[in-house]
Design a protein. Structure first.
Length: 591
C-alpha cells in the first residue's frame, strides 16, 4: 500500500481493518459482523457488503449504473485510489468497474434495513480517476478500517436501484467475479459451477460444488460418515472427534478469530431485567465462568484453551488484559442487590417491589453445546436466585429475527472477528442500537450504550497510529467490562472434517480464515463423481448481502464470499491481502 500524507503529521501508516459480512460470526454464530461485520454472528466487520457516490445524491440509470466521471475530491480527509485489473470481468464478460464500487457504497449506505452504514457514511464520493480502471474513493474523515468496505462488490447492472436493493437477491444471485458462480439455490441445496468468464489463474478444479443444509450435529455427523456429504465445518463440541472417528475422515482444528460469550440485552428503551444496571451486574457477577469452562469447553477442546478474558475480541494487541477477569463474586453480587432494595422471596428468587424478573435465555435449537450449557448453568443461576428460563428458537429465528430485534434477555453465540477491530464500532456504539432514528439499521444487538466508550471506538476508527489505536480499543473494552454487558467465555476452535476418499487438495488451507472454506475452488474430486458436497450448519433465508439476511456467517460463507469479488481478502493467519481484482496495493492519501 502506498500512503501519502498531506498537511498533517501522523505517527504511523494507515492501518487496514476488517471485512464485514458476517458478521455476526460462525454456524451458530451471529455474523460479520457481516463483514463490518454477525449465528455466527459475523462480528460486524465494517461491512463487507457493497457500498456508494456523493452520499445520497447519485443519479441512478438503468441497471443500477451511476455517473462516476467527476474529478477526485481535492479536500477529502482521505482518499483511496484503486487500480483495477483490466482483465477483471463479471460472469457475463462485462468489466468490473467504478460503477460497481459506487453501487456497493450506495447500497450499503441507503438500503432500508442495511445491516450497517459504518464507514460507508464517511465516504463522500466514488469516482473515476485517471482512466476507466481507476477508482478514487474519498472520505470525509480518516477511516482506518477502510479495507473492510469493498471486500464483496455488488454488480451495478444486476440491480434496478443501487440506493435500495432490499428486494433484490431474494432467492438467487447470478452475479460472480470469482471462480464459481451459483447455478441454482433453494431451501434444499445450492449448486456452484465454474464461471466461464473468470480471469484468474486459480480456476476451479472440480466441475460442481453442492451445498446442503444439515441443521444439527447428529445429522452432520451421520451424513459425513455415510458419505452423503464430503465436508462439514461444525461447531466443535466435546466428543465430536470420537463421533467422527473413521479411517476415511480427516480433521483440522485451529484457534482463530471465533469467540463465544454470554450477552445481556441492556437497552433501557426496550426494558427487560438487564436494563437495570445493578441487576445486570449482580447477575454477571454470579456467573461462574470457570465452572462453565470446565464443564463445557475443556471436554470440547480436549483440554486446550482457557477462559477468555478479552471481552468481544480474541487475544492480541487489542485485548484489555485482565479487564474481564475475576468478575465472579456471588457474595458481592448478593450484597449489591441487597444494598439496592432487592430481597429473596419465598422461592429463593431475587425480587424487588414484589416482582421476580424472568430472564429469557435464548440459543438456537439443535446446538448441542449450548443446550448442554443451559442444562448446566440454569439450575446454578436459579439456585443463586435468578429466574432464568430457556426461550429458544431455530437458527433463522434466532439470528435473523430475535437478535436483531433485541427480543431476548440473555443470549449465547459465537462471533467471528475479522483481523481488524473496526467491527467493534458497528457492534457496540450507541448509535448502532436499532431504533426509529436509524431506521432500525444497527448491529448493536445488546442495546449497550456507553457514550464514552462509543467515542473511543469512533476515535479508533480515525486513528492511524497503531499504539494509540490499540489504547483506545482497550480503554473502550475496559469500560464495557465495567458495565457488565457481556461475559466472554472461550476463544473457539475452528474445525473442519472431510472424507479423504471423496475430496482432496488444500481442504485445510483456509479453515482458520474469517471467510472459512472460501478456497473450495481448489479442492479435488477424489472419487470421480463429478462433485464435492458440503454440509452447511445454517441455511440463509435469502441471498441479499446487505440486509439482515447477511447477519449470519453461514450466509456469507456460502453465498457471498464464494462469488462476489473484492479488493482485499483475509488470510488464514488473520491479515489482509489484495486480490487479483487489482494490479497492486491501493494508494492511500491522508490530507
Amino acid at each position: 500500500m502506498s500512503t501519502t500524507r498531506r498537511g498533517t503529521k501522523f505517527a504511523a501508516l494507515l492501518v487496514g481493518l476488517s471485512l464485514v459480512a458476517a458478521a455476526c460470526g460462525g454456524d451458530d454464530e451471529e455474523t460479520t459482523a457481516t463483514d463490518p461485520g454477525t449465528e455466527e454472528t459475523t462480528a460486524p466487520e465494517e461491512t463487507d457488503a457493497p457500498g456508494t457516490t456523493e452520499a445520497g445524491s447519485t443519479d441512478t440509470t438503468e441497471g443500477g449504473s451511476t455517473d462516476t466521471t467527476e474529478a477526485p475530491t481535492e479536500d477529502a480527509a482521505m482518499t483511496v485510489t484503486i487500480d483495477l485489473a483490466p482483465e477483471a470481468v463479471w460472469e457475463d464478460g462485462s468489466p468490473i468497474s467504478v460503477a460497481d464500487f459506487d453501487c456497493t457504497w450506495q447500497a450499503n449506505l441507503n438500503t432500508p434495513g442495511a445491516i450497517s452504514t459504518v464507514g460507508y457514511d464517511q465516504i463522500t464520493s466514488v469516482e473515476t480517476g485517471e482512466n476507466d480502471q481507476q477508482v478514487v474513493i474519498s472520505f470525509s474523515t480518516v477511516f482506518a478500517p477502510y479495507k473492510g468496505l469493498f471486500g464483496s462488490l455488488l454488480k451495478a447492472a444486476a440491480v434496478e436501484d443501487c440506493s435500495d436493493i432490499s428486494t433484490d437477491f431474494a432467492d438467487m444471485n447470478e452475479t460472480s467475479g470469482r471462480p464459481y458462480k451459483l447455478e441454482s439455490w433453494s431451501p434444499e441445496q445450492s449448486v456452484f459451477v465454474p464461471n466461464e468468464n473468470y480471469w484468474g489463474d486459480d480456476a476451479p478444479v472440480t466441475e460442481r460444488i453442492v451445498m446442503v443444509p444439515l441443521p444439527d450435529a447428529d445429522t452432520q455427523n451421520a451424513a459425513l460418515l455415510a458419505g452423503e456429504v464430503d465436508f462439514i465445518y461444525p461447531q466443535f463440541y466435546g466428543g465430536i472427534t470420537a463421533a467422527l472417528a473413521d479411517p476415511n475422515v480427516a480433521t483440522q482444528i485451529e484457534f482463530g478469530g471465533d469467540y463465544e460469550g454470554f450477552y445481556y440485552q441492556a437497552d433501557p428503551n426496550r426494558g427487560g431485567p438487564f436494563a437495570d444496571p445493578i441487576f445486570r451486574q449482580a447477575f454477571a457477577m454470579s456467573v461462574d465462568r470457570q465452572a462453565v469452562f470446565e464443564q463445557i469447553y475443556v471436554p470440547l477442546a480436549d483440554g486446550q484453551g482457557s477462559v477468555l478474558d478479552c471481552g468481544p475480541i480474541v487475544p492480541g494487541p487489542y485485548c484489555p488484559e485482565g479487564a474481564f477477569a475475576d468478575q465472579y463474586d456471588p457474595e458481592g453480587a448478593a450484597a449489591l442487590l441487597e444494598e439496592n432494595g432487592w430481597v429473596k422471596d419465598g422461592s429463593g428468587m431475587w425480587s424487588k417491589d414484589g416482582e421476580v424478573p424472568e430472564i429469557r435465555w435464548i440459543i438456537n435449537t439443535g446446538n448441542t453445546r449450548r443446550e448442554n450449557t443451559q442444562a448446566f448453568l440454569i439450575p446454578l443461576m436459579q439456585a443463586a436466585g435468578f429466574n432464568v428460563v430457556a426461550d429458544n428458537c431455530d437458527a433463522a429465528c434466532y439470528f435473523q429475527q430475535r437478535l436483531p430485534a433485541l427480543d431476548y434477555d440473555m443470549a449465547m453465540y459465537i462471533s467471528t472477528a475479522p483481523p481488524d477491530p473496526g467491527y467493534l464500532t458497528p457492534a457496540f456504539a450507541c448509535d448502532q442500537i436499532p431504533s426509529d432514528e436509524n431506521n432500525q439499521q444497527g448491529q448493536n444487538s445488546t442495546g449497550w450504550c456507553n457514550e464514552e466508550a462509543s467515542a473511543m471506538l469512533k476515535e479508533a476508527d480515525v486513528t492511524v497510529d497503531e499504539d494509540a489505536r490499540a489504547t483506545l480499543i482497550k480503554d473502550a473494552l475496559t469500560l464495557m467490562a465495567g458495565d457488565y454487558v457481556m461475559t466472554p467465555l472461550f476463544q473457539f476452535p475452528k474445525a473442519g472434517f472431510w472424507r479423504t476418499d471423496k475430496v482432496g487438495g488444500p481442504v485445510d488451507g483456509e479453515l482458520n480464515n474469517y471467510t472459512a472454506f472460501v478456497n473450495f475452488h481448489e479442492w479435488e474430486d477424489v472419487d470421480g463423481d463429478g462433485q464435492i458436497v458440503i454440509g452447511a450448519e445454517q441455511w440463509p433465508e435469502c441471498l441479499n448481502p446487505v440486509t439482515e439476511c447477511a447477519n449470519s456467517s453461514w450466509m456469507v460463507w456460502t453465498t457471498v464470499f464464494p462469488i462476489l469479488p473484492g479488493v482485499w481478502a483475509t488470510t488464514n493467519d488473520g491479515t489482509y491481502e489484495i486480490t487479483n481484482l487489482v494490479t497492486g496495493e491501493p494508494t492511500v492519501v491522508v490530507n
